[in-house]
Design a protein around this ligand. Structure first.
Ligand code: M1P
Length: 267
């Protein structure tokens, strides 16, 4: 049976929302949320609104948070922001949003993806697998080794990439050649990088909260806490962490998130 929570406007601290990055903040990197984390989120949700804002798509957040809770991840948070909020849910219902392809247009996208695929074809790296470009609603994700790499192959690739700067050089070339497209390239994980319109970083999700405030009966969140582990310059949590609309909390790992949340909200 789904857990019961007070309506958003009736939460004890109703002007406050806690937003969490996923990988490394709510879970081990690429891992699953622990029972302790799930139970803390449940307790926190009795007091304030909660949401996640992840760079990955909803499928990944379902695996990392929904599956261990044996629930649909969209029922575990008041707001779910996948792909930085380009796929968004409020209380389990989808919110209207934009798409990468309608923003960029087919001709420019084709030019970009053709270049990327040629570049990867010419890359001499130890192994290649499949799915080199993953097409998502709000971004594309580009992986030189391919997203079908196994866990072991991922770990090995990450070490290789750090040493040979494969992704860093790739992104440098794309910035140079496609500078006119207004895209941001973000290396957030182990084997890939994300490409999305500039400004569609994690701050994008704040637009949904601003709209929520204007809805009839909607809640205005005057205090927005954000917790993330990649808050340094260049990390994919940096922009929302340092945005004046949020109170940023840098965490070392999910255990640190738990201890900061407990302290802040007396849980
Ligand atoms: O959440 C961080 C990143 O996680 C994945 O990266 P990788 O597969 O390289 O480890 C991707 O889902 C990426 O989009 C995301 O930003």
């Amino acid at each position: 049976m789904a857990a019961a929570y007070p309506a958003l406007k009736d939460r004890p601290i109703s002007n406050t929302i806690c937003l969490f990055d996923v990988d490394g903040t709510l879970t081990y990197p690429r891992g699953e949320a622990t029972p302790e984390m799930l139970s803390l989120l449940h307790a926190l949700r009795q007091k304030v609104a909660i949401g996640f804002v992840g760079g990955s798509d909803l499928i990944k957040q379902q695996e990392q948070i929904g599956a261990p809770a044996r629930a649909n991840v969209t029922t575990l948070f008041d707001f779910c922001f996948s792909e930085n909020g380009l796929t968004a849910f409020k209380l389990g219902e989808p919110l209207a949003t934009h798409s990468f392809i309608s923003w960029l247009g087919e001709p420019k996208y084709k030019e970009l993806v053709n270049f990327i695929l040629h570049y990867i074809a010419d890359l001499d790296i130890p192994i290649k697998r499949g799915t080199f470009v993953e097409f998502r609603n709000g971004m594309i994700n580009v992986s030189p080794i391919g997203r079908n790499a196994s866990a072991k192959e991922r770990d090995e690739y990450q070490v290789y990439d750090l040493e040979h700067k494969i992704r860093e050089k790739f992104v440098g070339v794309l910035r140079e050649k496609f500078g006119h497209l207004g895209l941001t390239y973000s290396i957030g994980g182990q084997i890939s990088f994300d490409v999305f319109p500039t400004g569609w970083d994690k701050r994008y999700c704040l637009q949904h909260l601003e709209k929520e405030a204007k809805e009839p009966g909607g809640v205005e969140y005057t205090t927005i806490h954000f917790f993330g582990d990649k808050t340094e310059v260049g990390g994919n949590d940096h922009e929302i962490y340092s945005d004046p609309r949020t109170i940023g909390h840098a965490v070392k790992d999910f255990e640190d998130t738990m201890s900061q949340v407990k302290k802040l909200f007396d849980l």
